[in-house]
Design a protein around this ligand. Structure first.
Ligand code: PLP
Length: 476
């Protein structure tokens, strides 16, 4: 195949010497620098390439295409204007090693975000460094460890975690060298106070809790729990992944927690999923602020600066100061929403309860309680027809709906965890309810048909055993 470098002079039938070479790029480069052979790139036109990638992107399901009821994941909708703000040249082209003096705008934004997060969580100091929820947990557990070391209470080597917890909680505590003790939930899906009490002694460093918990249920005894833990000399860690359920109505400090992380990518804008960048800022009460990772962003009379001089700091937990672009999005979102953050929580809770009430009875609802921003059904009722939760999830895909989170939390068999968030209209919720009810009917009437799904996706139903044994990883 000919390349532009080999193109002969164009014959106009008048003068064979005529060539356009001197008016294109090749004509401006001296001949000894020019490549002699083709480099073997596929010869495709721009249009062909564009069509290829557009077709690939059309195969993706995304929030712009349909409903995304994934539980435990919140923030599926992200205001596009936040993307624009995060891509402003002044933010994008700033190097993290530039001086404080050069970086006043970025430092001011980070300082202000710290202040907002302090206000929202009720904590006294905040670090923006951790780059995910799990990373925030690790940071928090490192602080717990160092705090007890400084107090000379190194015998506190256990962390209590409810059986409904997200799997990252035990993993983070274990990575800091703590032993994990599980506390059971009661029949109402909440921490069993008696069981918790029986676990307490002076070897307990902390409890890690999510409130509302991963069943979407608010822990009504949280004040009793924080009292018990503090009387035992232990700390309380708040996993703030479900923060969008409580914004402006209560906060972890009022509930008695000492440390909290917030998933900015779940509660305060930023597209997430696919392991994309996130941010898990950690807030602490005053008596723990000297343990935060350095630097913390502070304000002085002459401007904003990075403070590396933190007395008992656990050190750095990531390069530089955090995922800055995510911080910009969160700050923009908080400023834009203001007191309406409260409304967002109220709507998220209302939407979840609406779907729950419409689906319960047809699908089993193991914990029949008012829920917060999400709730957990079980596919047990459908099981006798040979269709399990995964079958229901795949059937949903044929109705242009992303499946909910399935098989989590672990304490519910055949779990189907649904979180609509505040951003969906009643019309969308009603459509989802209709589809879920239709699937339940189909399972009773014609389960074999349901098991053939998905039928409308680019990749149809696959033989999962074969796919695991003989993975075909090439693109056709
Ligand atoms: C998502 C989530 C986490 C982990 O957060 P990442 O940002 O994914 O690391 C922890 N706990 C709960 C309850 C979660 O939903």
């Amino acid at each position: 195949m000919k390349t532009i470098f080999e193109r002969p002079g164009i014959n106009l039938g008048v003068n064979n010497e005529f060539s356009y070479d001197d008016i294109n790029l090749a004509g401006q480069i001296s001949s000894e620098l020019l490549r002699k052979d083709a480099i073997g790139l596929p010869q495709l036109s721009e249009l062909e390439v564009m069509r290829h990638y557009k077709e690939l992107s059309d195969r993706n399901f995304c929030i712009e295409k349909g409903f995304y009821p994934l539980g435990s994941c919140t923030m599926k909708y992200n205001p596009k204007v936040n993307e624009l703000l995060a891509s402003l040249e002044g933010f994008c082209n700033l190097h993290p090693m530039q001086s404080d003096e050069d970086s006043q705008g970025a430092l001011e934004l980070m300082y202000n975000l710290q202040e907002k997060l302090k206000y929202i969580t009720g904590m006294d100091a905040v670090t923006l460094q951790p780059s995910a929820g799990a990373h925030g947990e690790l940071t928090g557990m490192m602080i717990v460890k160092k705090y007890f070391e400084a107090k000379g209470e190194t015998h506190r080597n256990k962390v209590i975690i409810p059986d409904s917890a997200h799997g990252t909680n035990p993993a983070s505590a274990k990575m800091c060298g703590f032993d994990i003790v599980e506390v059971k939930s009661n029949e109402r899906g909440q921490v069993d106070i008696e069981a918790l009490n029986s676990l307490l002694d002076d070897s307990v460093a902390a409890i890690m809790m999510t409130n509302p918990n991963t069943l979407g249920i608010f822990e009504e005894n949280v004040l009793k729990i924080s009292k018990l833990m503090h009387e035992n000399g232990s700390l309380l860690y708040y996993d703030g992944a479900n923060f969008n359920a409580i914004m402006g109505w209560t906060n972890p400090a009022l509930m008695g927690f000492d440390i909290v992380h917030i998933n900015l990518h779940k509660t305060f804008s930023t597209p997430h999923g696919g392991g994309g960048p996130g941010a898990g800022p950690v807030g602490v009460k005053e008596y723990l602020q000297d343990f935060l990772p350095s630097p913390v962003i502070r304000k002085s009379e002459s401007g904003f600066y990075r403070d590396y001089d933190i007395k008992h700091s656990i050190g750095k937990v990531r390069a530089f100061y955090g995922n800055f672009g995510i911080l910009v999005r969160a700050y923009a979102y908080i400023l834009m929403m203001g007191n309406e953050l409260k409304l967002a929580s109220a709507d998220a809770v209302l939407n979840a309860n609406y779907i729950k009430e419409k689906l319960k009875g047809v699908y089993e609802l193991p914990y029949d309680e008012p829920c917060m921003h999400e709730f957990v059904l079980s596919g047990e009722k459908q099981h006798h027809q040979g269709v399990s939760t995964i079958g229901i999830a795949k059937r949903l895909m044929d109705s242009n709906c992303h499946p909910p989170t399935v098989y989590f939390p672990l304490i519910v068999h055949e779990a189907i965890m649904i979180e609509p968030t505040e951003s969906e209209s009643k019309q969308v919720l009603d459509e989802f309810i209709k589809i879920m009810l239709k699937i339940a009917r189909e399972i009773e009437e014609n389960p074999e048909e349901v098991l053939k799904s998905p039928k409308t996706t680019p990749v149809k139903k696959i033989d999962e055993t074969l796919a695991a044994r003989q993975p075909n990883l090439t693109f056709k």
